[in-house]
Design a protein around this ligand. Structure first.
Ligand code: HBI
Length: 358
């Protein structure tokens, strides 16, 4: 039995949607590790909510989302930084745990690694975003073998230390997602509403095909959202809010397809496996994580990046896809037990390696 301390992302309370896919990963992993008999405690910003997982809430000001910064921006922390407060707490209790698992994509936790005696495993939730982060991560990767876990190979390859990354994939709790054989006549888009997610292309494709688009997710960039509203007619899209998983899947399952339009190297694309779990085919730009998830022509389509016409062509070919094969792929590749096996192996290797560290 391992005693695990999970240190959450500092960009928002868990359950707010500001943490995007990493919120789902952290929650699913905590659930699965507890199911296996390990002790898990999560340290997260005040206001975080996770059902039946012990949370230590830490006050302080949220961190600027790293993907809104350019690559050469100096590292910054707000006054009374929640990130710094989380790691001050971690330092006071570290001795009580076998392993600290970090989910923040931030300079401070990477820099502090060398000063902790308790082993730290860093789960990286995005591709490379900044030179300063790449530098400190490369230094840690060299000093502590096996420190970095990532979702996908294409995400790892955005970093100079790609070969030092452990590929972990992702998963969903399949019991929460219900298969839907007969969809309604609309398309779906799920994600943080922000420029790197390319929502405008999904709306443009919906307008061209005349099939309405339903949108779920947190509005993270207000003016980006307002520009989409100005550029596209009302009928083409309906904003359905940011929903908890059970409510989301009850609507997502009724889509003819999920559209994914990432402008950046999407580290994984948890929404893709949520859709597959409901039997919903996924049409995505061939960029980042989705290229390792979608079986082209079988469980969805991979489209030339940034090509709205490519999205339209794929939408017109949806009848080729058998929705059962989407659910089956989720069951074979993205179940929680499979995820738990991969992470448990990584945790144990990180703990045992403590003696081998330079
Ligand atoms: N930005 N600074 C910072 N730290 C994070 O942990 C972070 C982020 N931006 C986005 C994000 N985490 C998550 O939404 C993604 O990792 C999924």
């Amino acid at each position: 039995m391992l005693k695990l301390l999970f240190l959450s992302t500092p960009v928002g309370p868990l359950g707010s949607g500001l943490g995007g896919g990493v919120e789902l990963t952290l929650y699913n992993l905590a659930e699965e590790m507890q199911r296996r008999g390990h002790q898990v405690r999560v340290v997260a910003p005040t206001g975080s909510v996770l059902n039946n997982i012990q949370i230590v809430e830490i006050p302080g000001n949220l961190q600027i989302p790293a993907q809104t910064q350019s690559r050469d921006v100096p590292i910054s922390l707000p006054s009374d930084s929640v990130l710094a407060n989380i790691w001050e707490y971690a330092h006071t209790v570290a001795q009580e745990y076998d392993l600290l698992v970090n989910f923040a994509f931030d300079w401070l936790p990477f820099y502090l690694t060398r000063f902790f005696t308790t082993p730290i495993a860093h789960f990286i939730s995005m591709g490379s975003l900044s030179d300063a982060l790449d530098l400190v991560m490369t230094r840690v990767a060299k000093a502590k073998q096996g420190t970095f876990g990532v979702y996908t190979r294409s995400q790892a390859e955005t970093f100079p230390f790609a070969d030092a990354c452990t590929i972990l994939g992702s998963a969903v709790d399949l019991s929460v997602y219900d298969f839907c054989a007969q969809p309604d006549d609309y398309l779906g888009w799920v994600g943080r509403i922000a420029p790197e997610k390319g929502l405008e292309d999904a709306v443009a494709a919906a307008v061209k095909t005349g099939i309405p688009l339903k949108i779920w997710g947190k509005i993270q960039d207000q003016q980006y959202w307002e520009k989409i509203n100005q550029d596209y007619p009302e009928g083409a899209r309906e904003y359905c809010g940011f929903l908890p998983t059970r409510e989301l899947q009850a609507q997502l399952r009724r889509c003819r397809a999920l559209l994914m339009t990432p402008r950046w190297v999407e580290a994984f694309g948890n929404v893709a496996i949520e859709a597959l779990a409901c039997g919903v085919p996924v049409i995505s730009y061939a960029r980042g994580g989705p290229t390792e998830i979608i079986r082209h022509g079988k469980t969805g389509f991979l489209v030339t990046p940034d090509s709205v016409d490519g999205l339209v062509e794929a939408i017109n070919n949806l009848d080729q896809i058998d929705r059962i094969s989407c659910r089956q792929q989720a069951e074979t590749e993205y179940s929680l037990p499979a995820l738990g096996d991969r992470f448990e192996k990584w945790f144990n290797s990180r703990i045992s390696r403590i003696c081998g560290d330079k």
